[in-house]
Write a protein that binds this ligand. Sequence first.
Ligand code: FAD
Length: 716
Amino acid sequence: MKKILLLALVVLLILAFFILDLDRWLTLDALKQHQAAIAGVRAESPWLMAGGFFLLYVLMAALSLPGAAVMTLAAGALFGIVEGLVLVSFASSLGATLAFLVARFLLREQVQGRFGNRLQAINRGIEKDGAFYLFTLRLVPVFPFFVINLVMGLTPLAIRTFYWVSQLGMLPGTLVYVNAGTQLAAIEQPGDILSPMLLGSFALLGLFPWLARLVLQRVRRHRALKGHTPPRRFDRNLIVIGAGAAGLVSSYIAATVKARVTLIEAGDMGGDCLNTGCVPSKALIKSARVAHQLRHADRYGLNAGEPSFSFTRVMARVGRIIDKVAPHDSVERYTALGVEVVKGYGRLVDPWTVEIITAEGQTQRLSSRSIIIAAGAEPLVPNLPGLKEVNYLTSDTLWQAMRERETPPARLLVLGGGPIGCELAQAFARLGSRVVLVQRNARLMPKEDSEVSEWVKRTLVADGVQVLTGCDVDHVETNGTGMRLHARQDDSAIEIDADTLLLALGRRARLAGYGLQELGIPAERTIDTNEYLETLYPNIYAAGDVAGPYQFTHTAAHMAWYASVNALFGQFKRFAVDYRVIPWCTFVDPEVARVGLNEQEAKQRGLAFDVTRFDLEELDRAITDGAEQGFIKVLTEPGRDRILGVTIVAEHAGELLAEYVLAMKHNLGLNKILGTIHVYPTLAEANKYAAGEWKRAHAPERLLAWLARYHSWRLG
Ligand SMILES: Cc1cc2nc3c(=O)[nH]c(=O)nc-3n(C[C@H](O)[C@H](O)[C@H](O)COP(=O)(O)OP(=O)(O)OC[C@H]3O[C@@H](n4cnc5c(N)ncnc54)[C@H](O)[C@@H]3O)c2cc1C
């Protein structure tokens, strides 16, 4: 309603302007003709004149009415250069900002909702460099100002930025026109004021910030390289530090294209994923799931009972599984692929040299034209009073500690309700531990929609986990054989006793100890890289958890392709890393998988969206398997067959998601999924049924009404 009223007011004012033929006053001739009379009024009431002029200018700019050039000349003629410049500068900036706000209020939601996906790159560009673009547009008079005001209103540019950049950017032009206005009699038409020379100067001025930035970048790099002399000959084409997912894939690609590559690993080949992350956690989750199924075997017509098992054997299986996967990432395999693997700690000595200290304490230095840092991340350990005295575990130490035990922890306290905390809390609860999960946020897995968080909480609670959300941890202390955690929830103090404390509070990039600081490579939370994954030094790249923004094995591998290709062939062509379609899955049971936007993110971005849901209790295969818990939620652009994002809560959700990942990556809509044959009875059919739900909700009602008439007529 408010929008309609505003629109009506704007249209009315614009119509009034033209119907009353007010533009006849805004010509150079009219100005010259009435200059003496207006000057007379000004002499009588200078403040009234200045105020009236200011308001009129603001109104005209806000309504995008023509005549700004003449008004600016008038300012010079009537008020002189200083007062005229001040009046026009502020009035034009204010008016432009009002026009910007009107466009934002009336149209932005619709435009972003309709074209949001395709505008992503523009939005990102504006968020990053909006001030630069606007400044250039203001100075280089290619686009009319009113178009700039309106178009910028549709972007995410901050209002404050729009205002001050507009004022600054319009100032030189305003000065030229106001100055010309002081010699009004000499001007034949407004266009005479801007000579090609002057236009060229403005264009140069507009490009100045870009040039300045480029120069600044060069200077920073030059300064960083100062004092370093590149070797005349390099030992390697590429050195990779860290043999996790990012490092392995980088070196694999380099060897495939016949580059001389050395991969340095200080710990175990395979990094976190193989040794302390994905692989052991998924192996443990599988054992826990089987225990859960035995406990609930009556659901399948079998005798249920408390599973009897040896925890030692469960952990031995975890170890065996790591051993079974390990050959994929082994020194032998990579050596056979053509990668030179050196076991040792790598440290950057200069932009081209890495020093390696081997386990035996020997030191070796290698130079390389390019270097990729793939040093990964490590568990976040908070600065919690008492923590140092408590024998806490993290995902790094958990596995070894559990291998040394004969039984699972009797009372396990998990700090952190993100994916790792939820997965491990559920697994240990299913293996018989009494688990308390403490989460500071009001919900578990807060990046997901609240209904997903609720779902995860319900399933954890059903498995016996005590979930405490909105809980602020105060301190921890040793307590007899175990420990006691002191926390606050809803303003009440609570105490939790446990014998084992597992920290799952997130992971932070490994940034210290290998020369980043010494070389001045900016790295606050992660290593700073540009879109080509270059660090401050154009020949040093970073990929995987150490660079972020995602912390998954598949994103580390994805980034590795860009880092290695750019490192080896960047002199010919560089590729900007593509984060458009990133899927992930949390392996709680049922699993939670997602690609693209969920509802909360779409709302945060101000995007309009339709939601289509399909509940698994409708699916035959889910019913036969007793796996009816869960749903598929698809977000689409309103009125279009374009997928914005998908969330799946289901058994094997990670596998089900693959079809949507493919669809989004290749711009396929739900019609294509609906038109694809899926095997009956499979869980994957749920994807087709979700597409069917969408189709039904978007059926052409009018056409169907006509078809109904047609068929009843055919009945005779
Ligand atoms: C419990 C847990 C479960 C997880 N589950 C999943 C999952 O299901 N799916 C998923 O996609 N991701 C999962 N992850 C995340 C995944 O493990 C990481 O995203 C992935 O390992 C990142 O790979 P990377 O190559 O960036 O780093 P890493 O795997 O950490 O590898 C970095 C390597 O660099 C070495 N290194 C560091 N500094 C040096 C140096 N100076 N010299 C030599 N070597 C060095 C380290 O020793 C390490 O081996 C999980 C993580 C954890 C902790």
